[in-house]
Design a protein around this ligand. Structure first.
Ligand SMILES: [Zn+2]
Length: 673
């Protein structure tokens, strides 16, 4: 999903600050001490695809460890889905199992749920209105094993392992009358009724538009001994939270949806049979093997646009765009962005599915936009996209990138959201830099792009724009334990992506590429954890790099290096200059320091002992400038303005700058903002 922390465009004060920082960083209004010219964004060399990836079979030859057959009917007037899940599970554990666990996610939309409590009915800027409740009721569960069919409905009870909130019904336990033995095949029939809310958080309806995500009862992810460091096998049990997404095992899906005839349906996987039309209703059938979820969307207004692309080293992929009628003028732009994403992602391995479906939500359903499901993503088309705007391209590239880090490797989004969102945001940046080098942030007023702010340092600049100085959490943390939605978003998206950029700039792009493509090929369909990723970092870039990256993930706080002071003392042979560099944040890194002398002559120092400050002494004439991290390797550094010191401070430029800010303020006040 995209939960990019919002750069606060709309408030008068914040826009002034935003403009001030952006413009000063790009050097349009140089504040006296800013040594322009030292810092150029290094153009990135194209990545060539390792030959081995073309040979890898697209999907595992074996059957997925779980099988879902779902039949359901959608009733638009009640926004309700009534259906039945037939689930087949060859039990993968080594110990007998007495209890099953089911996610009943739509109960997050019930009053009193943990999701509601934590979010106060708001989700990523969209608010639940009155009557926006939703729910899921499980009406019957039958367990079939040992040659016997047993009704276990009565044993279902809601459990709340994360917060003991008894009103939360998003996770349920079901007792099995006899323990399930290792290797034994369980068949489970679950009848359910889901009332979709008016959409404000991913799943729901808006008029005739339906976005059905997490809409059926799902078996919780089962983890074996040793997987992600587990010391005991079992289900990964978490309720649904405001700051959390999902985790499930790979499965085969065969889904039939009955709904009124006029709807056009887009769904995970491919249509496996022609629609059956009867009595004003149609039944559509979709299927896909080796995916860990199934989502669908329907709207009578959808217009279908398709394009087939063959990413380098992969198989043909059909992009199916279900576009809103009033967005058809953007269809090519949307297809172009998704095609570019698939091409860029091929650098990490082949996309193994035959389709990628793109749902374009209508203007009154923005809460459904910017979300990933297996082989299906939802975009978001602004009413006035603007040619230079990064949207809707950036959003589509982000969601398409999820097809690898969420879809293929499928890490645990409850406990290690950074592994998905961080890698996805980093990958989004890498693809966007090539696809749309002139990325700009539109500054919007009432949806209309008034002006575009160019950003220095490409996508790291874009991600850094939202960082605040106050970072209370580590990047790696259980999703519901972050201090706030803002801290979650800043940490698992932006800071994680910036940590990956920093790692790349320290070890080199080639090693970074090797880390990600190895991670993708080794861990696809296997649910890795952070330690599995770190092991690959150590393997490709050495133990020190892995340790450093681990420290960035696990330490609460910021990375901020600064020029502390530049002092002169008289020595017996003339003046001696002492330069103090500070580590002002909790995170450490190897740091380069450049001292620029007269005539531009430059001396380079290196500091990597993890202390809070370091002094360098230099005899001779006064330095002209001191620069910490001159190569801008530490993309994670939250404040670059304190990385510079210069002997001459140009007050005229500072005055010009102040006058500009004052003029902007007056201009905004004049139009009543
Ligand atoms: Zn995302």
């Amino acid at each position: 999903m995209v939960a990019r922390p919002r750069v606060p465009y709309f408030s008068f004060l914040s826009i002034t600050l935003f403009l001030a920082i952006t413009l000063s960083v790009i050097g349009l209004f140089p504040i006296g001490f800013f040594p322009i010219g030292l810092f150029q964004l290094e153009l990135l060399a194209p990545i060539s695809l390792p030959a081995a990836y073309a040979e890898k079979p697209p999907l595992p030859a074996s059957a997925p460890p779980l099988d879902y057959r779902i039949q359901c009917r959608y009733f638009p007037e009640r926004t309700t889905i009534v259906g039945r899940v037939d689930l087949t599970w060859p039990f993968p554990g080594a110990q007998p199992l007495e209890q099953l666990a089911l996610h009943l996610y739509p109960n997050a939309f019930r009053p009193g749920s943990t999701f509601r409590k934590e979010s106060s009915g708001k989700h990523r800027g969209y608010t639940a209105g009155q009557g926006d409740d939703g729910e899921m009721e499980v009406t019957r569960i039958t367990a079939n094993y040992d040659g016997e069919s047993i009704d276990v409905t009565k044993s279902l009870r809601y459990i709340q392992p994360d917060d003991n909130n008894l009103n939360d019904k998003t996770l349920a336990a079901v007792d099995l009358p006899r323990p399930l033995r290792p290797g034994q095949r369980l068949e489970l029939a679950i009848e359910f009724r889901t009332r979709l809310p008016r959409v404000y958080a991913r799943s729901g309806t808006a008029g005739p538009f339906v976005m059905a995500g997490q809409w059926y009862p799902k078996l919780a992810a089962f983890e074996r001994y040793g997987q992600r460091g587990r010391t005991r096998e079992g289900f990964n049990l978490h309720q649904f939270h405001a700051n959390s997404e999902f985790y499930a095992n790979f499965a085969n899906y065969d889904v039939q949806i009955t709904l009124p005839k006029g709807y056009t349906v887009g769904a995970t996987g491919q249509e496996t049979a022609p629609p059956v039309v009867q009595d004003g209703l149609q039944t559509v059938r979709f299927g896909q093997a080796w995916v860990h979820d199934f989502a669908w969307s329907a709207d009578p207004r959808f217009r279908l646009f398709t394009r087939t692309v063959t990413p380098q080293g992969g198989r043909p992929v059909e992009i199916r765009l279900y576009c809103q009628k009033d967005h058809v003028h953007t269809a090519d732009r949307q297809l172009d962005a998704v095609a570019a994403a698939l091409e860029g992602l091929a650098a990490y391995g082949p996309y193994p599915y035959a389709v990628l479906t793109v749902i374009d939500p209508p203007a009154d359903a923005p809460g459904a936009g910017g979300m990933e499901y297996p082989t299906l993503i939802t975009g978001g088309t602004p009413s006035f996209p603007g040619e230079r705007s990064a949207e809707p391209d950036r959003l589509l590239i982000h969601e398409a990138a999820h097809q690898y880090w969420y879809g293929l490797v499928a890490s645990n989004e409850f406990e290690e959201a950074w592994l998905d969102e961080g890698l996805t945001t980093y990958t989004e940046g890498k693809i966007l830099e090539r696809y749309k080098a002139d990325t700009r942030i539109p500054v919007r007023f009432f949806g209309f792009p008034l002006l575009y702010s160019p950003l220095r340092d490409g996508c790291p600049g874009l991600f850094r724009a939202a960082l605040g100085p106050w970072v209370p959490d580590p990047i790696r943390l259980d999703s519901w334990k972050f201090a706030s939605e803002q801290s979650y978003a800043v940490s698992v998206y932006n800071r994680a992506a910036l940590a990956l950029y920093s790692l790349e700039r320290l070890i080199g792009e080639e090693k970074m590429q090797a880390i990600l493509s190895t991670y993708c090929s080794r861990w696809s369909f296997r649910h890795p954890g952070t330690e599995d990723f770190l092991r690959i970092v150590a393997e490709k870039a050495g133990d020190r790099a892995a340790k450093l990256f681990q420290q960035w993930l696990s330490t609460p706080g910021a990375l901020d290096y600064a020029v502390g002071s530049v002092r002169m003392a008289k020595g017996p042979d003339g003046p001696v200059w002492t330069i103090r560099i500070d580590r002002r944040g909790e995170l450490g890194a190897p740091v380069e320091v450049a001292v620029i002398g007269k005539d531009g002559q430059r001396q380079q120092f290196f500091w990597d002992d993890g202390e809070r400050y370091k002094e360098f002494t230099l005899p001779g004439t006064a330095p002209e400038a001191v620069v910490v991290d001159p190569g801008e390797k530490l993309a994670l550094d939250i404040n670059r303005l304190n990385n510079f010191w210069a002997k001459e401070q140009n007050n005229a430029a500072a005055l010009r700058w102040s006058l500009f800010v004052a003029a902007v303020c007056q201009g905004l006040m004049a139009v009543g903002l």
